[in-house]
Structures are given as structure tokens and as C-alpha cells.
Design a protein around this ligand. Structure first.
Ligand code: SAH
Ligand code: DHB
Ligand code: MG
Length: 224
């Protein structure tokens, strides 16, 4: 089986299950036009995020890593009308493009884009007593994945779900001697998932439009 075939199947399934959508497609166009990298989740992955948020009955969602707001729109659309989503982004240009996309999606009153280093804005959220969030989606700089997961535990409750993107990285995660901080950060995440009490975690490996990668899924089962 080739990556090409996996991508073709992904495209086939996306055409059926996550078809063309003017708002989502427009968000990606605006992202490309502004020169942002095309590293958003795929349509089928966006739908998975929305499905998981629905399963959770989520009313509040936290996202770490906004980019142009593509995954943000998928997640925010899964919220009830009085739901809230906070998304954290370090790059002011990305935040600006995302705000435009969220306004065009009619989600600017639902979503707050917070600018700054996520390590800082996560600490601020804890200080403010924000949360508990029902779903957390971690998809920023992978070097800090383990730290973001620990902050997420402080901003959730038993029953919350934490999802982390890009935790397989074409299998690079196997390389214990890797000098790539993203790989080391993700390896530390997996070790933390394994050693955190009160967390039920697994990893789903994925193939398709985004190559070979994976999502970590961690259900908070006990008070942290
Ligand atoms: N979730 C998005 C993709 C996010 S790409 C989607 O699927 O549509 C990762 C984003 O994380 C980028 O926009 C990048 O600027 C941001 N980022 C990187 N390091 C960060 C940090 N330290 N704090 C906050 N955001 C960060
Ligand atoms: C890449 C993919 C991602 O989903 C992400 O969050 C960051 C980078 C990439 O393909 O480089
Ligand atoms: Mg990602």
C-alpha cells in the first residue's frame, strides 16, 4: 500500500463525508493567500474533531495552535449556540487571518483568539480560573507537547477529552536518539500519557492527505 493510495482513499471519503463547504474552503483560500503554511488538519480529520466534540457534548473547547482557524471552525461548529471556544496562537499574522475566517464563518462571538506564547496564555487561563474545558485540542509547536498536555490537565475535569495532533510523524517518534525537538517533545508526551494517573489514553495512527501521522486521545478519568 502506498501513501498515494491512502491519499486517494482519503479524498474519496472526504468528497462523501466532508464535502466542499464555502466557509471552510474560503478559510483555506484566505490562509494560502496570506502565505500561511498548509498544515491544517485534513477535512476528514476536522470532521473527526467535530464528531468527538459532539460525543463529548462539549460546551467549552480549548485549542492550542490556531493557524488560520480551519480546525477551529470544525470544532466551534460542533458547539451549542451558547458554547465557547478559546484558541491560542503565537503568530499575530496567523491570529489576524484566523479572526477574518472566524468572522466570515459567523463564529466571531463564539471563538476568542488569544495571541501569545501558549505556555504564557495557558498559565493565564489557569490564573483566571478559566475552564474546565470539555475538549482540548493541542496542535501547536510539538516540542512543548508534554507541557501543553500538563496545562490541559489543569484546565479540564473528569470526563474531559484531550486530543493531540501529529504524535507519530511518519514514525519518527520511534527514534529515541532524534535531535529533532519536535520528536523529543512528542516522545515526552507519550511517556507523560503513560505515567499520568487518572488519564485513559491511546494513540490512533492515521494515513491520508497528511501522510502518516496520528492523534493521541486522552480521557481525563479522575480529579487531577
Ligand atoms: N490547528 C490548526 C493548525 C495549527 S498549525 C488547524 O488544523 O487548522 C500550528 C500553529 O501553532 C501555527 O499557527 C503556529 O504559529 C502556532 N504555534 C507555534 N508555536 C506556538 C506557541 N509557542 N504558542 C502558540 N502557538 C504556537
Ligand atoms: C505539520 C502538520 C501539522 O498537522 C502540524 O500541526 C504542524 C506541521 C507538517 O506537516 O509539517
Ligand atoms: Mg497538526
Amino acid at each position: 500500500m502506498s501513501e498515494e493510495r491512502w491519499a486517494a482513499v482519503d479524498a474519496y471519503l472526504a468528497a462523501l463525508l466532508a464535502p466542499a463547504d464555502p466557509v471552510l474552503d474560503g478559510a483555506l483560500e484566505a490562509s494560502t493567500a496570506a502565505g500561511l503554511p498548509a498544515i491544517n488538519v485534513s477535512p476528514n480529520q476536522g470532521k473527526l474533531l467535530a464528531l468527538v466534540a459532539r460525543l463529548q457534548g462539549a460546551r467549552s473547547i480549548l485549542e492550542v495552535g490556531t493557524l488560520a482557524g480551519y480546525s477551529t471552525i470544525w470544532l466551534a461548529r460542533a458547539l451549542p449556540p451558547d458554547g465557547r471556544l478559546v484558541t491560542l496562537e503565537v503568530d499575530p499574522t496567523h491570529a489576524e487571518v484566523a479572526r477574518g475566517n472566524l468572522a466570515r464563518a459567523g463564529l466571531d462571538t463564539v471563538v476568542q483568539v488569544r495571541e501569545g506564547q501558549a505556555m504564557t496564555t495557558l498559565a493565564q487561563l489557569v490564573e483566571e480560573g478559566a475552564g474546565p474545558f470539555d475538549v482540548v485540542f493541542i496542535d501547536a509547536d510539538k516540542a512543548n507537547n508534554a507541557e501543553y498536555f500538563s496545562w490541559a490537565l489543569r484546565l479540564t475535569r473528569p470526563g474531559s477529552l484531550i486530543i493531540v495532533d501529529n504524535v507519530v510523524r511518519a514514525g519518527e517518534v520511534l527514534d529515541a536518539t532524534s535531535t529533532d525537538p519536535d520528536v523529543q517533545g512528542t516522545r515526552r508526551l507519550h511517556e507523560r500519557l503513560a505515567s499520568s494517573p487518572g488519564v485513559l489514553a491511546t494513540v490512533v495512527q492515521t494515513v491520508g492527505a497528511k501522510g502518516y501521522d496520528g492523534f493521541a486521545l486522552a480521557l481525563v478519568t479522575a480529579e487531577q
